[in-house]
Design a protein around this ligand. Sequence first.
Ligand code: E4P
Length: 426
Amino acid sequence: MGPRPHVAVIGLGSSLGDRRAALQLAVQALDALPGTRVTATSRIYLTRPMGAARGVFLNAAVRVSTRCSARGLLAACKAIEWRLGRRPAVPWGDRAIDLDLLLFDDRVRPGPGLTLPHPGLPSRRFALLPAQEVAADLWHPLLGLPLGALAVPPGSPPRIVGVLPRPDRCLAPARTPLYDRRHPPIGSPAMKLFLDTANIDEIREAHSWGIIDGVTTNPSLIAREGRDFIDAIAEICDIVQGPVSAETVSPDTEGIVREGRLLAQVSEHVVVKIPLTWAGLAATRVLADEGIDCNVTLCFSVNQALLAAKAGAAYISPFVGRLDDVGEDGTQLIEQIVGVYAYYPELGTEVLAASIRHPMHITQVALAGADVATLPFKVLNQLISHPLTDKGLAAFMKDWSTVPDNDITARVTRWLGDRGPAGKRR
Ligand code: E4P
């Protein structure tokens, strides 16, 4: 028995290249996702460009029935956008294809990363008009009205330029990785770094360096600090403003779900960390279906990672160092999980390399394509150290001391003053 099918509405847009073909290919790619069917397509609307965009947009919407989680469907949409040629650009710029998750059941999720329902749905004509065509009967969970009853923001009459064709199953692409995380596309985000600690001083210091994306804790790390655990989690979330894993300790599904729901109320940044047991997987399914991100921990095999992804985990935490400790290859496990997940991006599970013991682990898991690595403060400090950096810096400073009038602040300020406001030297 898999997860029950969900109903979602996805808005499509394109302002670059063969816009009609891009919309059509996107529909086919969505329909080819496992457990997903496009059940209705809207007409195609011509929309004037907004923001930095210059090209005229074609907009449409589809309704899908899917067994993907909301995060999984979002990840699949991003992978389809990439495959159809979308590349990072200025916000609100022209784009080959844009897929927006507008509605997912009656799910309300404030974010970050995924906000449901899409905040722009009621106010953007180009999103609402096509969405009403495919989902007039679906309720907007925040406005308490079916989409069909929402007032369309004023504007000139919409220009319809065709109908988005229903997917042609014969042309549905065969299953191939949408992209290979071992060879990430240029412009994809770098591996995220989480700090593996519950020590507030370490977190504050690392956060001030501007390179920490989140934090992981576990019962041992919390116990080491000897302070109230929930105050600690709340404070860490306040500092980091990114995902913070807080682990459940109940042995049974009911207890894990109860603890997970409570922990998730502490902050929108809490990710519920759950041990990889049958009870844990069942709880992950329940919490993921409620829109709560889960980090399934204590993973030591590809099969365990597959189970966690199927249960809807937002993160899987394979323990690299502990595998090395027993004579296995922790990095190879990361590589294998990344390889397998690349075939199923719609699962949306990120590979979080844990139990990192030394700087080489970071290099290795980055080369293996991990989405995230969580590392102790000591290892983070070691990442920056290189004797040649120290030696090179000392030589630069020695040479600089021979440069006359070498106080940069004083000299540049004086030079700018001499140059005058018009940018010309007096
Ligand atoms: C983090 O998620 C893990 O709990 C942690 O990385 C385990 O590290 P260890 O094997 O060094 O205890």
